[in-house]
Structure formats: structure tokens, C-alpha cells
Write a protein that binds this ligand. Structure first.
Ligand code: FES
Ligand code: FE2
Length: 331
């Protein structure tokens, strides 16, 4: 539990820990996410695996000299070998195996060019699927990827999507002529349909209808379909530790007939997205969390959003005592 938020820094859900391309067969990558040391490797069978970094024997770090062996990994210290599920399968020079020893293997799924791990505070099995995107066989442009590390918790980060009133103060936006703003909560999913009007491109503003799909606490997809344009901003967000979140913004669009037009639309979109993101950062990094904020009708469904997000804290109970940073008063 950190001091900034009254809830855990690592909610339950699927979290991206690496790009698929960054972990090739036989390679072992050292990672730090979900407030712990991890390794990712790709077995000789082509499957990606994510294990706790430290060997259950005498604690060597598998990312520093560990070798991929079949679908699993061998520890660099005494050579104990684990299969792809983390089961101990061989101890050099020993007949038989010590009982009840295994490496911790995290549930892994590869989707949309990323490697995801499933985290659940109560060790329950995955309870939702990672939606697939760009799988319609059409000519999507390669991902353009920008990665940030920001001092913000996940729940606060995604609250930004429905926090409508900050669009006009923090971002270069004006109220759209189409006042549509629909928020639907469905199991682990939140879908937001809204028009936004951006003035960063032209002073008169450029209005588009967007659909934002939040899939658990770690995945956000923003889709824009406007005339011939079909654009996808795919965002993965993963807690690094109790302070920091890593956010990776991927952009891809269906290629237009004209290659140069495709490139300039992609470039413009990347500029706007990254600019808007950077505009939020100073607010995010220095704000505190108000548990009982005085909301108005300008604020969007923040209270419903927070109730929806509770499902990702399976092992946490809100305490009646005020959070350390919010003594008395609203908050
Ligand atoms: S510490 Fe890994 S085999 Fe001994
Ligand atoms: Fe924002």
C-alpha cells in the first residue's frame, strides 16, 4: 500500500510487460513491473513466458545468465531447470527432485504485438480476455510507439478519460457541437463514446467522434472512424512500482490510397496524442487523491467510474479511517 492512494498500486488484470518483438527465441529479458522483479523469455517452442526473477533455490536472478532450455529456463547459479510452467524438472547430478519446488510462472498471453501477464492479488485465474485489434486483414500501418513513465496510479490515470471538464483547461479543446457523451460499464469493460473538438490542428477546431474502450485496468483503445479514416490509438499501462506507471501509446491506421497522406495523418495524430498526454503529466504527477470530491454535473461519471474500478481490487477493503494524506474535510 502506498501513501498516495488508499488502494493497492497493482490492481487485478492483464498488464503488458514487453513488446513481442523485444523477446526473441532464446532471449531472457530482465524486467521490473507490478512492483517486483520479473524475467520474460521465449522458449524454443516460440511461446513467451514470464517468471518471477529470482530462483526458488538460493535466489539467483534468472535474467543474469539464465539459459532458455526447451520451453523453460535453467538457472545460472546451480543449473536447476524449470519447464515453461515453472515446474522443476532437473537438478544437475541429483537423482530425483526436491518436493514442492517451482519457479513462479505468470499467466501470459500475447496479443496485439505485446506480451501480457495476468496479475490477481488472490491468485485467481484470468477472468476476462484481451481484446484483439487490427485483425481484420486490412492494411494497417506498423505501430508507432511512444513510451512514458509517469508518477500516477492506474485508477487516477484512466479516470482522465471521463473527466470531461479538464479537456478545456488542460488540452486544446473546445466543447464540440455534437454533445454526445455516453459511458457504459460492462463487467471489466468501460466504453466511452464522445465527440471531441481539437483546436491544435486548426483554430476553428476539428471535431471527431471517438470510441474509447477500457479493458480492465491495463488496456485502453481509442478508435476514430471519420470518412476514409480508421485510426487506432492502443494504450497499455502497467504499474512499475508503488509510485510509477509505464504507459505505452501505440498508433496505427488503415493505410489510405495515398501513401503520403497516410504518413501525414499518422504524424499529425501522433503529435496531437503525445502533446495531449504531456499536457496531463504535470497535473498527474503532483495531484493527490480525493476520496470524496465535491463533484458537479460538469465532471462526468467519476463516482460510477470509481465504483466500477473497485472490482480490480479483489483483496482490498476500504477502511473507515481517513487516508494519511487526507485528514478531515472533503477527500
Ligand atoms: S539459485 Fe538457482 S539453481 Fe541455485
Ligand atoms: Fe487529459
Amino acid at each position: 500500500m502506498n501513501s498516495r492512494y488508499p488502494f493497492p498500486a497493482v490492481p487485478d488484470g492483464w498488464f503488458s510487460v514487453a513488446a513481442s518483438d523485444d523477446v526473441s527465441i532464446g532471449q531472457v529479458a530482465t524486467l521490473h513491473y507490478l512492483d517486483r522483479a520479473l524475467v520474460a523469455f521465449r522458449g524454443e517452442d516460440g511461446g513467451a513466458r514470464v517468471f518471477d526473477a529470482h530462483c526458488p533455490h538460493l535466489g539467483a536472478h534468472l535474467g543474469h545468465g539464465g539459459k532458455v532450455c526447451g520451453d523453460g529456463i535453467a538457472c545460472p547459479f546451480h543449473g536447476w531447470r524449470f519447464d515453461g510452467t515453472g515446474r522443476l524438472v532437473a537438478v544437475p547430478l541429483l537423482d530425483g527432485l526436491p518436493p514442492r519446488v517451482s519457479a513462479r510462472a505468470w499467466p501470459v498471453q500475447e496479443q496485439n504485438g505485446r506480451i501480457f501477464v495476468w496479475h490477481h492479488a488472490g491468485a485467481a485465474a484470468p477472468s476476462y480476455e484481451i481484446p484483439t485489434y487490427r485483425d481484420d486483414g486490412q492494411g494497417w500501418t506498423p505501430w508507432r510507439v511512444d513510451t512514458y513513465r509517469v508518477r500516477i496510479g492506474l485508477q487516477d490515470l484512466t479516470e482522465n478519460i471521463i473527466d470531461r471538464s479538464h479537456f478545456y483547461t488542460v488540452h486544446d479543446m473546445v466543447p464540440p457541437s455534437d454533445g454526445r457523451f455516453e459511458v457504459a460499464f460492462d463487467g471489466p469493460t468501460m466504453i466511452v463514446d464522445q465527440s471531441i473538438k481539437v483546436t491544435a490542428v486548426a483554430e476553428s477546431g476539428f471535431e471527431v467522434l471517438t470510441r474509447t474502450t477500457v479493458s480492465g485496468p491495463g488496456i485502453v483503445a481509442v478508435e476514430v472512424r471519420e470518412g476514409p479514416l480508421d485510426m487506432l490509438t492502443y494504450i497499455t499501462q502497467t504499474p512499475v512500482d508503488e509510485e510509477m506507471t509505464e504507459i505505452t501509446i501505440h498508433f496505427s491506421m488503415k493505410a489510405l490510397d495515398d501513401e503520403r497522406a497516410t504518413a501525414s495523418v499518422a504524424e499529425l495524430n501522433a503529435q496531437i496524442t503525445n502533446q495531449q498526454f504531456r499536457q496531463d503529466v504535470p497535473i498527474w504527477e503532483h495531484k493527490i487523491y480525493r476520496s470524496r470530491p465535491p463533484l458537479t454535473k460538469m465532471d462526468g461519471p467519476i463516482a460510477q467510474y470509481r465504483r466500477w474500478f473497485r472490482q480490480f481490487y479483489s483483496q482490498w477493503q476500504p477502511s473507515d479511517s481517513p487516508a494519511p494524506h487526507a485528514p478531515g474535510g472533503p477527500g
